[in-house]
Design a binder for this molecule. Structure first.
Ligand code: TYM
Length: 332
């Protein structure tokens, strides 16, 4: 079966709607057809200043959310990145292949470093995409389900894999991004020109899965639309309305075109009400499941340690082959 790897950062207490619709929903679906590896990327989370206590809590919280959203630890390998040291080890190798100019052109790095004093921008943040490449290449992944904002990092991953293969001999599979068009980018409810984002969105613009469903419903009802009346899917001209249609489409499994037909003669209020209802219906049982996973941290930790063990089997083989190709002397 083809392989899939993806990761999510434990940098907030709750995933937001963009994380779920853009990425995790596809992670769940791919378990049926692929051999899947999913990790909570805690080493990526320390590339910016962080609170150790919160990081530990959010790492468990992220794993609990993934399970509650439908990741099945019997079928998928679910683990914490730092439990598999091969990621950091292959990450170093990838850093040694990454050009300074190439890393400087990464837009996520440019965004995250823009408002920082020079000495606060760490080498870790600069090398972030090289570690991400290692995450993927450790497993020889064929597909990487992510949102649109990760496309550039996946291109870098392919470039690094290709570079290694051509210098040292065929070693890595070139991964393909797996980015679904309709939910690849969920927008900020208050600023539909910008993506919904843990770090950049205002509280009114971001829907957190673990928030009180009533609060989330209210945020949807207050979403910015436009001064017209018709409900049509046209992201260029009507970004706010199109974002709501994209969200509803993801929850109902119906296309934006089908939904559009339902709303002929209806108003924005009707659409918002339906989106809010679909959201509440979705998050309510998810929240209950998250709570039950967090109530049993020993069981959660057991799932994660089994996952790490399985992941290491694959990652250690890749790392050994890589070190050998590089000419690193194997210990006797
Ligand atoms: P992160 O933690 O920021 O986000 C997790 C996933 O959510 C997607 N996403 C969105 N999708 C649609 N609309 C949005 N508004 C939105 N916001 C976030 C992201 O594209 C991502 O798929 N660098 C990665 C983490 C990572 C990784 C990896 C991913 C580390 N190693 C290896 C894939 C493979 C990141 O910051 O994701």
């Amino acid at each position: 079966r083809p392989r899939v790897l993806s990761g999510i950062q434990p940098t907030a207490d709750s995933f937001h709607l963009g994380n779920y619709l853009g990425a995790v929903r596809q992670w769940v679906a791919l378990q049926e057809t692929h051999e899947t590896f999913y990790c909570v990327v805690d080493l990526h989370a320390i590339t910016v200043e962080h609170d150790p206590k919160l990081l530990r809590k959010r790492t468990r919280g992220s794993a609990a959310q993934l399970l509650a959203l439908g990741i099945d630890p019997e079928r998928a390998t679910l683990f914490v990145q730092s439990h598999v040291p091969e990621h950091a080890q292959l990450g170093w190798v990838m850093q040694c292949l990454t050009g300074f100019g190439e890393a400087s052109r990464m837009t996520q790095f440019k965004d995250k470093s823009a408002k920082q004093a020079q000495d606060r921008i760490t080498l870790g943040l600069f090398g972030y995409p090289s570690l991400q490449a290692a995450d993927i290449l450790c497993y020889q992944a064929n597909h990487v389900p992510v949102g649109e904002d990760q496309r550039q990092h996946l291109e870098l991953t392919r470039d690094l894999a290709q570079r290694f293969n051509s210098r040292f001999g065929r070693t890595f599979t070139l991964p393909e991004p797996y980015i679904l068009k309709d939910a690849a980018k969920i927008y900020d409810l208050q600023d539909p020109g910008a993506k919904m984002s843990k770090s950049a969105s205002s509280p009114g613009g971001i829907v957190e899965l673990l928030d009180d469903p009533k609060v989330s419903a209210k945020k949807i009802r207050s979403a910015v639309t436009d001064t017209e009346r018709e409900i049509v899917y046209d992201p260029e001209r009507k970004p706010g309305v199109s974002n709501l249609l994209a969200i509803l489409s993801a929850f109902t499994g119906r296309t934006a075109a089908e939904l559009q037909a339902d709303y002929v003669g209806k108003g924005y209020g009707d659409l918002k009400k339906d989106v809010a209802e679909a959201l509440v219906e979705f998050v309510t049982p998810v929240q209950a499941r998250v709570k039950s996973y967090l109530d049993d941290p020993a069981e959660l930790d057991k799932i994660l340690s089994r996952g790490a063990e399985r992941a290491r089997e694959v990652a250690s083989r890749t790392l050994a082959r890589t070190y050998d190709k590089l000419g690193l002397l194997a210990p006797a």
